[in-house]
Design a protein around this ligand. Structure first.
Ligand code: C5P
Length: 220
């Protein structure tokens, strides 16, 4: 049983990867499993919060009591996130949103022409969901982002904090196979304006409760 210290709070959490269509049968995506976001949604719900979980394509069960909104692409996730910020106290972006999408998705399956010539897919930038919410006129009191990095973790996290107008960035090193993407465990660095706090390695459930503790400590 958890203390009901998030009772009365409304959280919106994005989770998982996004898929960006190339044609009806192909897409660009990444290795995000969604586990960290789902663990956060479950932990927050257990602590009494009202939770909306905006999920990309993942193979995970919806935690009890959580309102789940399924999306596929970054554009859909952006729409769903903006539609849910009214009344939201805490926004947490754990999703590994694709930075780019094909400039257009072909209506029909793209066929190979057998010539051996190079083919090109033109990419355009997706909206940055976290930055849009961080700078929104209806910005939730607390906005938290994640940073999956392979180097200079703390420096990149501090950059993101400013650029996305977030209250904190939870950084982790995805170059390690024992933590991060797809793994059961995670080791993170909580980076806010005030302090950097390391946590783990620990289960994603324990990391989720650590993050919620830090959010409450912000006192927003
Ligand atoms: O800039 P970068 O992708 O490294 O930032 C990661 C953080 O920004 C994560 O919290 C992620 O959910 C969020 N993000 C987003 N929309 C994007 C790209 C990243 O919300 N298009």
């Amino acid at each position: 049983f958890q203390p009901q210290d998030l009772s009365g709070k409304s959280l919106v959490i994005t989770a998982g990867p996004t898929q960006e269509a190339i044609d009806p049968v192909r897409y660009l995506s990444n290795h995000s499993s969604g586990k960290m976001g789902f663990a956060l949604a479950q932990a927050a719900s257990e602590r009494g919060a009202t939770v909306t979980l905006i999920a990309g394509p993942v193979n995970l069960a919806t935690p009890a009591g959580v309102n789940r909104v399924d999306v596929v692409s970054a554009s859909q996730m952006y729409e769903a996130a903006l539609n849910s910020i009214a009344g939201c106290d805490v926004f947490i972006g754990t999703a590994a949103v694709a930075d780019y999408r094909p400039s257009s998705a072909a209506d029909q399956k793209i066929k190979k022409d057998g010539s051996g010539a190079e083919r090109t897919i033109t990419l355009i930038e997706n909206p940055d969901i976290l930055a849009s919410i961080g700078h929104h006129e209806n910005r939730p009191a607390t906005v938290i982002g994640f940073a999956a990095e392979t180097q200079k973790t703390e420096q990149y996290a501090a950059d993101k904090l400013q650029r996305k107008n977030a209250d904190a960035i939870v950084a982790n090193d995805v170059s390690r196979s024992d933590i991060g993407f797809g793994a059961a465990n995670n080791e993170v660095l909580w980076v806010s304006d005030q302090q950097s706090v390391p946590f783990g390695p620990a289960s994603k459930r324990d990391v989720a409760h650590f993050i919620l503790d830090q959010i409450l400590n912000l006192g927003n």
